[in-house]
Design a protein around this ligand. Structure first.
Ligand code: ATP
Ligand code: MG
Length: 628
């Protein structure tokens, strides 16, 4: 047996550099850098990572959703970008850089100009001096498809995967949490082109694997989850969620690791309904029971015996308003994303392609189309279409949709279309017609049983969406006429995939996942510097001399090292080093007399005295282990 067997092999990923001077590496002396930390939490910040990045001098707010990346942050972003680049290149993807200004014509070709500039209003649009409309790129499907249309002719050029790392612009409704949701942010976006679905699936899997490596190398705890593909369709998409309490997304997963999905997309087995306690149909006076809880209380029945009818108002991109009446079991909630997708699927009959809005109409909104007051809280599945005052822009009939949870109910309780009254003991095919369209519109929730194994229950976690990989199919290539000729000489639309990573969001998510009461604990791979040498008292020449030497030696050995040579108290310097989150701190203090320095690991706070000559090899080894 070879001698090394059983001994873990340490993989050295450190780039071995030639000795570099400060001229080449840049000054890393705090006394000469822009290094300003804040003692107080800034009022503008709500979540820990945002507070810490502001306090530690990584970012500075310039305007709503606009942040300057200060020198420390810029190093973090470059490190993340480099990891992304290496892993993307390893899959055979090629880097390019597309324009940030995008002509409106391209977006009109894909049909997204109005949705992006007006309906969602997410795209910054402007008119140039020649009176041409342009937008600031929120994403680049149109630009890349136009390029592919011009340059890809034959199956021989395929597959192809192009990516860029670039600033994106989005006029977010609610920019917040610093870099988490900015109006200007850095994204890696990749777009792949294929002859068919099989080839697309291959690259999609490669991207899945690359994303897994990227996030692992960045030192993050994450989960890949099934995601909603929206109206675009395609065969699927997954999001990469960094797990953190402050995450805006909810993830549902099972402990066996077999299922994980964004709540927008999640499916589950619904709990069994309780048998109805009503045998005969009758209308009952049920005053003050507009909510499910109050109704259950009043009738002493289970919410699983109730057919709840929820009214939604959808406005399509052609201006058409459609009132959707959704029947769902009383103990369940409607998943608005599923409903939205269904309405888009049904759009053709109303002449619409996309939705401009989907809301539960308030009284103000009802006034635009309601012929008379609606029996809100007491609506039945049979609510008469005569409640709608139809017009050119309002569909004259309710779009009636039923969730599968109501289809099987017998002798159920539901509204009577008269305020203050419900009916009990009702049945489909007798008192009410089951809507012809039964579609899954239910929001899965923690505690539900899993579809793949009913002994598993769904659990909930919060996540920060860091990446999204997407099988686009032919949506853009068809709309924009981007075709290629296959082996048989047929002309076909290119099959596409797209893959995004929020680089600047990732930087902050790493902090959200790793901090303590004293500050940031940056993973070694993306920390702005790996080590910091602190001189406790710059008036002591032996401390200064030893620190200068270590600072030089470490940097020459390829350990990215700062020198805190400021004329501050030692306590201030230690606090700053902890706040900024540099992984290793070397202090040239009292133990110099024994030829030693103190070395502190930021993550574990363990401190040890190490002989001066052992510092460089020890740190090199720790860093190599951390990056392995
Ligand atoms: P979200 O649902 O969070 O708005 P999205 O679905 O709009 O994200 P994509 O269009 O898929 O996001 O963009 C790819 C990646 O870019 C996202 O996974 C996210 O990491 C990042 N990202 C999107 N919007 C922002 C933003 N406003 N600020 C920072 N990063 C963002
Ligand atoms: Mg978004």
């Amino acid at each position: 047996m070879p001698a090394h067997q059983g001994v873990p092999l340490i993989q050295f990923r450190l780039i071995i550099r030639n000795p570099l001077s400060e001229k080449e590496t840049g000054i890393m002396r705090l006394s000469q850098m822009l290094f300003v930390t804040l003692r107080e939490d800034p009022a503008e910040a709500e979540i820990p990572s945002h507070k810490l990045l502001l306090r530690a001098g990584y970012i500075r707010r310039v305007g709503s959703g606009l942040y300057a990346y200060l020198p420390l942050m810029w190093r973090v972003l470059q490190k993340i970008s480099q990891i992304v680049r290496e892993e993307m290149n390893a899959t055979g993807a090629q880097e390019c850089l597309l324009t940030q200004l995008q002509p409106a014509e391209l977006w009109k070709e894909s049909g997204r100009w109005d949705t992006y500039t007006k309906a969602e209003g997410i795209m910054f649009a402007l008119t140039d001096r020649q009176n041409r409309e342009v937008g600031l790129g929120p994403t680049h499907e149109e630009v890349i498809t136009a390029i592919a249309r011009d340059l890809i002719r034959s199956y021989r050029q395929l597959p192809l995967n192009l990516y860029q790392i670039q600033t994106k612009f989005r006029d977010e409704i609610r920019p917040r949490f610093g870099l988490m949701r900015g109006r200007e942010f850095i994204m890696k976006d990749a777009y792949s082109f294929h002859v068919d679905e099989t080839s697309l699936k291959q690259t999609y899997q490669d991207m899945h694997d690359a994303y897994t490596r990227i996030l692992t190398r960045c030192g993050l705890a994450f989960r890949a989850v099934d995601a909603d593909s929206g109206a675009i369709g395609g065969s699927g998409s997954q999001e990469f969620m960094v797990l953190a309490a402050a995450g805006e997304d909810e993830v549902l997963y099972t402990a066996d690791g077999q299922y994980a999905a964004n709540v927008e997309k999640a499916i589950s087995l619904v709990a069994d309904a309780q048998p109805s306690s009503f045998a005969a149909y009758e209308k009952l006076e049920t005053p003050g029971t507009a909510t499910i809880v109050s109704l259950c209380d009043f009738l002493q029945c289970s919410a699983t015996q109730i057919v709840k009818n929820v009214l939604y108002q959808a406005v399509y991109d052609n201006g058409m308003t459609v009132l959707a009446l959704v029947s769902i079991r009383g103990d369940q909630d409607v998943n608005q994303v599923k409903l939205q997708n269904e309405l888009v699927r049904q759009g053709a009959q109303y002449g619409g392609k996309a939705l401009l809005s989907l809301t539960v109409p308030d009284l103000e909104a009802q006034r635009k189309w309601a012929a008379r007051d609606l029996p809100l809280g007491y609506i039945s599945p049979g609510l008469s279409d005569s409640y709608i005052q139809s017009s050119q822009s309002v569909s004259s009939q309710f779009l009636r949709l039923a969730d599968p949870t109501v289809a099987e109910l017998r002798n159920f309780v539901t509204g009577s279309d008269e305020s203050g009254y419900h009916v009990v003991g009702a049945n489909w095919g007798k008192e009410f017609q089951l809507p012809p369209q039964v579609v899954d519109l239910r929001k899965a929730a923690a505690g539900d049983r899993a579809i793949h194994d009913s002994s598993q229950t769904l659990q909930s976690a919060r996540g920060i969406e860091i990446g999204h990989i997407f099988q686009l199919g032919t949506k853009y290539s068809k709309a924009m006429g981007a075709n290629f000729t296959n082996e048989q000489g047929e002309e076909l639309p290119l099959v596409m995939g797209c893959y995004g990573i929020g680089v600047s969001r990732l930087a902050q998510a790493a902090v959200e996942q790793s901090y303590d009461k004293d500050g940031i604990v940056f993973p070694v791979a993306i920390a702005p510097y790996q080590a910091i040498v602190v001189i406790p008292d710059i008036n002591k020449s032996d401390q200064v001399a030893a620190a200068e030497q270590l600072y030089q030696d470490l940097n020459q050995a390829g350990v990215e090292t700062l020198l805190d040579d400021r004329s501050e108290r030692a306590g201030v310097k230690f606090k700053d080093a902890e706040l900024v989150g540099i992984p290793y701190r070397i202090v040239t203090g009292r133990s110099l007399q024994q030829g030693k320095v103190e070395v502190v690991q930021r993550a574990t706070r363990t401190s040890q005295e190490i002989a001066i000559e052992a510092v460089v090899p020890t740190l090199k080894q720790w860093i190599a282990e951390a990056l392995a």
